[in-house]
Ligand binder design. Sequence first.
Ligand code: 5GP
Ligand code: ZN
Length: 119
Amino acid sequence: MSVDANCIFCKIVAGQIPSRKVFEDEDLFAFHDIAPWAPVHFLIIPKLHIPSMAHVGPEHASLLGKIMTLAPKLALEQGCNPYPQGGFRIVTNTGAEGGQEVHHLHVHVMGGPRPWLRG
Ligand code: 5GP
Ligand code: ZN
């Protein structure tokens, strides 16, 4: 299924729920987390509704590659300090025991000066 009508992140991609957009192209959407843990905290998601990292297969390799190569570029643009003194954290929670709350695959990108609220 490419879109889940009950999914809040599908609704954000569709503009049905407002968000502070960081980036968009034909495959990906990135937006600021509503409850940031760090001075910089945004999410990168595929527009395709993939519920979690437990659902990915070889057909998603290029999509996941796009997300992971976009993350460092957006991190710097959004105010993360340069490596190695700066840097950022990339997190993808998966499943209940992995701490996942929204079941549309997303990569958290967090950074900025310490201390952080969490993480
Ligand atoms: P998870 O726990 O699933 O890895 O992370 C879900 C993240 O989505 C949380 O950090 C939460 O703050 C964020 N979030 C949940 N609902 C919304 C929303 O409606 N808008 C935005 N911008 N972020 C959201
Ligand atoms: Zn979705």
